[in-house]
Write a protein that binds this ligand. Structure first.
Ligand SMILES: Cc1c2[nH]c(c1CCC(=O)O)Cc1[nH]c(c(CCC(=O)O)c1C)Cc1[nH]c(c(CCC(=O)O)c1C)Cc1[nH]c(c(C)c1CCC(=O)O)C2
Length: 358
């Protein structure tokens, strides 16, 4: 039985609760009336209404204002009619909240004032309490009221990707300091990842307890690792995060870029849904991940710069590769690119909904 077959033959009817939403059903590999769609980075610079409300407010400050967070999270839901909202924040927000001196520089990304490279530096990573991120609880409270039946996805950065920013001091192409620590001082590396796993687990729990109905762990840069190194040096910490939130029973999504060789391990770490970038077709990704997990993805975000006809052709290819999956959540293979035409995104949501209506 796949998500494409309806066991009861019940015609698609109006949704009644968040639990019954197409997004959560697809995550649970249950039959859905159409394939649900959301986009990583759906809130942000591709939307004129985002640029307007963000005017003059630095990125990190905007993440700490509950009403602004709620408004920005709602914008893509209103405009594109996506099937899920993703909480507006950034992966470095919990690090900032425990006192790490960092900033998000426009056009660059997170920059850390003093990189973490020694055992003494570890002391700067204390545990996160719900009070540290009171604005998250407050913003999600506002959001669950506004969203109605549309589910909210909470998220956090995975230990490896957070470590990469902390150890390098900012974005990195080669991750040389991160790998130097991982290969050169395995015990310090393991302790660093364990601390980050604890912070990430607490941050996800805050979001779930406030009302998030799914969570995504972003291990964006983990594709730079070979499978054996991932299994030995990263998987145990990410597995702790998935285990820590297991009791809440919400779907757990695991995503990274360039992870074709790691897809099986990303599932093994404890995810219910594995996010796939555009480099591996979804049918092949399903073989690599194995049974019992849904997949999310995987249109190349750059395709949205092509003609509407080309977008439809490439989208049909993604949907054809997904036809036999146990559960499919349509998404891009990575985040929406900042200069993407917002109308192209709205059309894409509608196209996927119509093409997959059953
Ligand atoms: C690696 C990573 C970061 N942040 C994030 C990741 C993992 C996702 C991925 O792989 O893309 C996660 C993130 N960051 C942001 C979201 C919002 C929710 C969403 O709509 O998906 C999410 C899920 C907002 C943001 N985070 C950031 C912006 C842009 C800041 C702005 O609008 O001024 C937004 C909307 C800043 C940021 N923060 C980070 C980068 C690389 C950048 C871009 C720097 C730039 O090009 O200016 C670190």
């Amino acid at each position: 039985m796949t998500a494409n077959d309806s066991p009861s033959g019940r015609p698609p009817g109006p949704q009644t609760t968040t639990y019954d939403s197409t997004f959560l059903k697809a995550c649970r590999r249950e039959p859905v009336p159409h394939t649900p769609v959301w986009f990583m980075r759906q809130a942000g610079r591709s939307l004129p209404e985002y640029l307007k409300v963000r005017e003059g407010i630095p990125m990190l400050e905007s993440c700490m204002r509950p009403e602004l967070v709620s408004e920005i999270t709602m914008q893509p839901v209103r405009r594109h009619k996506v099937d899920a909202a993703i909480y507006f924040s950034d992966i470095v927000v919990p690090l900032k909240a425990i006192g790490v001196d960092l900033d998000i520089k426009p056009g660059v990304g997170p920059v850390v004032a003093e990189p973490i490279r020694s055992r003494a530096d570890l002391a700067r990573l204390r545990e996160l309490t719900p009070e540290d991120v009171w604005y998250v609880t407050e913003a999600i409270g506002l959001l669950t009221g506004e969203l109605g039946e549309t589910p909210l996805i909470g998220f956090a950065g995975a230990p490896f990707t957070l470590a990469s920013y902390l150890v390098e001091g900012g974005p990195s192409r080669n991750h040389e300091h991160t790998k130097a620590l991982m290969y050169g001082d395995p015990q310090l590396w393991a302790d660093l990842l364990d601390r980050l796993a604890a912070i990430t687990s607490s941050f996800l729990k805050v979001q779930i307890e406030a009302g998030a109905s799914a969570v995504q762990l972003f291990d964006s840069w983990v594709g730079v690792l070979a499978p054996a190194d991932y299994r030995r040096s990263v998987l145990p910490a990410s597995a702790k995060v998935f285990q820590a939130v297991a009791e809440h029973g919400v779907p757990r999504i695991h995503f990274g870029v360039g992870t074709g060789e790691l897809l099986g391990l990303l599932g093994e770490a404890g995810a219910d849904v594995v996010g796939v970038d555009w480099r591996v077709p979804l049918d092949e990704a399903a073989r690599r991940v194995g049974p019992g997990k849904a997949l999310q993805g995987n249109l190349d975000p750059a395709v949205l710069f092509a003609t509407p006809e080309a977008v439809e052709t490439k989208t049909r290819e993604v949907l054809a590769a997904a036809a036999g999956l146990e559960g499919h959540v349509f998404n891009l293979g990575h985040g929406v690119l900042p200069t993407t035409d917002a109308d192209a995104l709205t059309r894409l949501v509608e196209f996927v909904h119509t093409e997959t209506a059953r």
